[in-house]
Write a protein that binds this ligand. Structure first.
Ligand SMILES: [Zn+2]
Length: 211
């Protein structure tokens, strides 16, 4: 599986395409917020003959869902996320208004993911881990065969997701990181929702927020 990263919108949010060898792909957290960014994403998909199969949200903060409606309308795919972030998703229009961001509201999810679920994209298996704390329904996607994690806003290079937003809780986040991520082998790569990729082993030693 190949990971293609885009960085979109006012929050420098990382959008990922998870592309299986058979060209089926998952679109994760499409943050595209205008025509130009939508075109960058859809042109990449068209040019590479990709077949989008599902839309995944690591969580439903506004910067991760700005392009949800665009990709669902264009590719007729289902939205999958954790049930506990549903009210965050539903707050999207109000939050977008607060930030004064144009927002075409996301459709409702039709697939709910939970701890331990295995998602198949082509021939690739992704394990779902439940990692609340930054938001109540945050999840990560783990590819054990290739030793990487799509981490959303849980663990960043040298940092962690903020916990001052509604539903956030530092102790819950720290517990998620220690029990679900730091228990993975050191050589697993984290592809976060903002900033650069990092390694589990590096963060266990150097992360100043959660040891
Ligand atoms: Zn977030």
């Amino acid at each position: 599986m190949y990971i293609q990263k885009f960085t979109f919108n006012y929050f420098s949010e990382n959008t990922y395409l998870l592309i299986d060898d058979n060209l089926e792909c998952a679109i994760v957290d499409p943050g595209c917020c205008n025509k130009e960014e939508e075109t960058i994403l859809s042109n990449y998909i068209t040019t590479n003959n990709l077949k989008p199969k599902i839309l995944l949200n690591t969580h439903a903060h506004i910067d991760h869902i700005l392009g949800n409606a665009f990709v669902v309308d264009l590719y007729k795919i289902e939205l999958a996320m954790h049930n506990d972030d549903l009210y965050v998703l539903n707050a999207g229009p109000r939050i977008a208004e607060q930030y004064n961001i144009p927002y075409n509201p996301s459709p409702e999810p039709s697939v709910f993911l939970k701890e331990g679920d295995i998602l198949s994209i082509g021939s690739t298996a992704l394990e779902i881990v439940f990692t609340p704390g930054h938001s109540p329904g945050s999840i990560c996607f783990i590819n054990h065969a290739q030793k990487w994690i799509i981490g959303g806003d849980v663990l960043f290079e040298g940092s962690i997701g903020r916990t001052d937003l509604p539903g956030g809780n530092f102790d819950v986040l720290a517990n998620s990181i220690r029990s679900k991520l730091y228990t993975l082998p050191d050589d697993y790569t984290v592809h976060p929702g903002h900033g650069n990729e990092t390694k589990i082993g590096f963060e266990k030693i150097n992360n100043p927020f959660v040891k």
